[in-house]
Design a protein. Structure first.
Ligand SMILES: [Zn+2]
Length: 432
């Protein structure tokens, strides 16, 4: 960093130290200390803060010197960040901490560069649409995305709208393939492939939510509308001002009465225009979640825990010795599954085939499988699946535990299509 810049930062630090402290330290001291921090690779903001803490001892006004971090620059495990953003949603939630019920608040913030989910450990008394300055917050990672945390030492202040540049409020034109939980307001045209409504309770108030699936020429995505836009199946709509939430890592389009939703008659999208995205494993690994994709690969491992298992009748968790860790002693319900690893040369994923998919793949009904001894059963599974190439359809999740496909349908891919084609060609030639 040029000496001039360093001096400015040192001046910054000095300017907010009280007069008493100023007597014991001068600008060259601070500059020297900053220099040393930088030599050790400490980011400038953190270095300034550490020096402030050393002299001022308090966190309260430390954050005021920090430069604002844009939401797209947030990374996990940042301490004391300051942001300016608009509150997109904020909702209370009851959780249990060390056996005690506690109310927290969670929601989404956005600025001109993107959006971020946040959790607050106390009521920050802001509303949807407010522009806020949040100082001394910290970040962590949850299911592969960065989260902002508002703790006891975080300051939240409501600002005027012009604290954010105008483009922060302007929807960005995008396609379904481009959707990401970190983007701000969107401008998206898509066809409604499925829609359903249900009653939910939000803050003790009954609300109707319309949810379903949207599609365009790049893929499909789930959506939920918190307002009755009179949407119908196969309508093509343009949503301006909706935003993206992460639902199990998968981008979900969310919009309410603040969004503008119009129906498109001309250039309407047809159902046939919406493809099922075919992806490679490495692409799956690049996204926290993908919705309704198709991927092909070879089963390289049948995992332990495949076969018959018992589930808790109340929570569906797998149980042992009729003991559920949530519900105590229960009468387990018998279930069947196959867990395996699938590889396509560019990456791997793990997936579980439920009873129906397993029966289909093994070509045997559950009753027949039940009569086998464990060895015969595991041989049957291995013979039918190991080394076989399968095509999976489903949603994928990529997080610290690896890549998982929640498979909806599965089928074997005939690896000998080329050989078969040759055979067919020969037969046809023989006929001539
Ligand atoms: Zn249970």
């Amino acid at each position: 960093m040029p000496s001039e810049d360093l001096k400015k930062h040192a001046q910054d630090v000095l300017s907010i130290l009280g007069n008493d402290t100023k007597k014991s330290v001068n600008i060259d001291d601070i500059k020297g200390q900053l220099e040393r921090f930088l030599e050790y690779g400490v980011p400038i903001n953190q270095a300034k803060q550490t020096i402030l803490k050393k002299y001022a001892g308090s966190n309260a006004y430390v954050s005021s010197t920090l430069e604002r971090t844009k939401l797209s620059d947030l990374e996990s495990d940042m301490r004391s960040v300051k942001i300016v953003a608009q509150v997109i949603t904020i909702n209370p939630k009851e959780i249990t901490v060390k056996g005690e019920p506690r109310q927290i608040f969670y929601g989404i913030l956005r600025d001109e560069t993107g959006s971020v989910s946040f959790t607050s450990w106390h009521d920050i008394k802001v509303q949807n649409g407010d522009v806020v300055e949040i100082a001394n917050a910290y970040t962590n990672e949850w299911q592969g995305t960065v989260q902002l945390n508002i703790g006891n030492r975080t300051q939240v202040e409501v600002k005027d709208d012009d604290a954010l540049p105008k483009e922060a409020f302007e929807p960005k034109k995008c396609t379904i393939e481009e959707l990401q939980p970190t983007m701000g307001a969107i401008d998206l045209s898509a066809i409604i492939l499925e829609i359903d409504d249900k009653q939910v309770e939000v803050d003790g108030e009954k609300k109707k939510v319309f949810s379903g699936i949207l599609g365009d020429s790049t893929g499909k995505a789930p959506f939920s509308a918190w307002y009755d836009f009179k949407l119908k199946k196969h309508d093509t709509i343009q949503i301006k001002g909706g935003y993206i939430r992460s639902w199990k890592g998968i981008p979900q389009i969310t919009f309410d009465e603040k969004a503008t939703v119009s129906k498109i008659k001309k250039d309407a999208i047809k159902v046939d225009d919406v493809p099922r995205r075919t992806v490679k494993m490495y692409e799956i690994e690049e996204h926290p979640g993908l919705y309704d994709i198709q991927v092909e690969g070879r089963i390289i491992e049948i995992q332990r825990g495949s076969g018959f298992i018992l589930r808790c009748p109340q929570c569906n968790r797998m149980i042992r010795d009729n003991q559920c860790r949530e519900h105590g002693t229960v009468d387990g319900i018998i279930d069947f599954r196959i867990k395996c690893i699938v590889d396509d040369g560019t990456g791997t994923l793990s997936t579980t085939f439920n009873k129906d998919l397993s029966e289909e793949l093994l070509g045997k009904p559950e009753l027949e499988l039940k009569e086998m001894d464990p060895k015969a059963l595991s041989d049957t599974i291995k013979d039918a699946l190991f080394g076989k190439t399968v095509q999976l359809n489903g949603n994928t999740v990529h997080d610290q535990f690896g890549t998982t496909c929640i498979t909806n349908t599965v089928s074997f891919v005939d690896q000998d299509t080329e050989e078969e084609a040759n055979k067919l060609m020969k037969e046809l030639e023989g006929d001539m």
